[in-house]
Design a protein around this ligand. Structure first.
Ligand SMILES: *Cc1c(COP(=O)(O)O)cnc(C)c1O
Length: 388
């Protein structure tokens, strides 16, 4: 039986040729291809600046450096996200203030943001769950009212559109991930987009040891060996080998989204009528990147838990996953900030019943059919069991 893994990156001869070209050129780390990838990404997104980093986590960290986050400051984040969204806030001894999510979209519940705002709040980090943009009009208007920055965690949302606007051009700063499982994969990698000149410059300096670029320009007549360190920076730069993958992947980023959207459509068509599972809720005014396809099991009706369901898929050679374990459930957030189970019931409700199914461009129609068949079989089989 052929295995259908939960994820497979879409790597073709184009990616391989571009990487080989980098290897043959002798330029392995940040160089001409990184610059080209940034330029092409900025053109694609329509952002004034695009700055690469070695991960989305690094990108988020640099974004918080750009807004000059201070110890004791607070940042609002959703409960339903990966720890990267929260951990970067902790780097500053600042506080991640968790807000519950909407049970349909799994995105931050904008009606609960205002009650989480204090005099110490500096920014909101919305996460576009599974690739579907958050309610950005509401978030921007709350941010405007309280003087907060909006830094988007767009790790799932390349490419995605909110009311016709491409993610990457909406908030103050947007951070993308090019991790191996994301919609554009360079193995590890990230990107910051912004239209703020000062922030873009500071992020460029900080991602490479705090070395001033202006110093290069100013002293170029003294020779290229001269540079000045203007801040304690980080080693967060992308490499040209990663950028080579990025350049090749960016060309097909819309085609890959269409493939995933097709798979999502097939799944939704097959599962929509069932009262045993809920298909992803799609807002009519946005276009999702479809990074994930998350079904929610009607566990009251099925009387099985999510673990059994995933085991059942595994037995049929199909990989699945869970996105995410709510942040406040993890020991670190619990013990450090005093959160406890029960604090964010929406996220816990989602967590208990969520299963992420395979969705990636390389899936064949036969693969899609097999996933559908397996899910239908499990749902039906498990129901029959409980009925018997
Ligand atoms: C993957 C992910 C990140 C982190 O991305 P890296 O590039 O691996 O650092 C951040 N936020 C969310 C929501 C993610 O899924």
């Amino acid at each position: 039986m052929k295995q259908i893994p939960f994820h497979e990156p879409y790597i073709t001869d184009e990616e391989i040729a571009e990487v080989v070209d980098s290897l043959r050129s002798g330029w392995l780390t940040m160089g001409p291809k990184t610059a080209r990838f940034e330029k092409e990404f900025a053109r694609y997104i329509g952002s004034k600046y695009s700055v690469t980093s070695n991960s989305c986590t690094a990108a988020l960290h640099l974004a918080l450096k750009a807004i000059d986050l201070k110890p004791g400051d607070e940042i609002i984040i959703p409960a339903m996200t990966f720890t990267a969204t929260g951990e970067v806030i902790c780097y500053f001894n600042a506080k991640p203030v968790i807000v519950d999510v909407d049970r349909d979209t799994h995105n931050i519940d904008t009606s609960q943001i205002e009650q989480a705002i204090t005099s110490k709040t500096r920014a909101i980090i919305p996460v576009h769950f599974a690739g579907q943009p958050c309610d950005m009009d509401e978030i921007l208007s709350i941010a405007d009212k309280y003087g907060l920055f909006v830094i988007e965690d767009a790790a799932h949302s390349l490419p995605a559109w909110y009311k016709g606007r491409k993610v990457g051009t909406i908030g103050d700063i947007t951070c993308f991930s090019f991790y191996a499982t994301k919609t554009l994969a360079t193995g590890e990698g990230g990107m910051v987009t912004t239209k703020n000149d000062e922030w873009a410059e500071r992020i460029k300096v900080l991602r490479l040891h705090g070395i001033s670029k202006d110093a290069w320009k100013r002293y170029s007549n003294e020779g290229s060996w001269f540079y000045e360190v203007i801040e304690a920076g980080y080693k967060y730069n992308m490499t040209d080998v990663q950028a080579a993958l990025g350049i090749a992947q960016l060309k097909k980023v819309e085609w890959m989204r269409e493939r995933r959207a097709y798979i999502a459509e097939r799944y939704t068509e097959a599962f929509r009528g069932l009262d045993t599972i809920a298909v992803p809720y799609v807002e009519p005014d946005r276009v999702s990147a479809w990074h994930l396809y998350v079904v929610k099991l009607n566990i009251e009706r099925l009387q099985v838990n999510r673990a059994t369901f995933i085991e059942g898929l595994k037995a049929k050679g199909i990989g699945a996953s869970v996105h995410f374990i709510p942040l406040h459930i993890h020991p670190f957030y619990r013990d450090t900030f005093g959160y406890k189970p029960g604090d964010f019931p929406g996220s816990e409700w989602i967590y208990e019943r969520s299963v992420s199914l395979p969705i990636y461009p390389g899936m064949t129609d036969n693969d899609i059919d097999r996933v559908i068949e397996a899910v239908l079989y499990l749902v039906k089989g498990l129901r029959d069991e409980t009925a018997a």
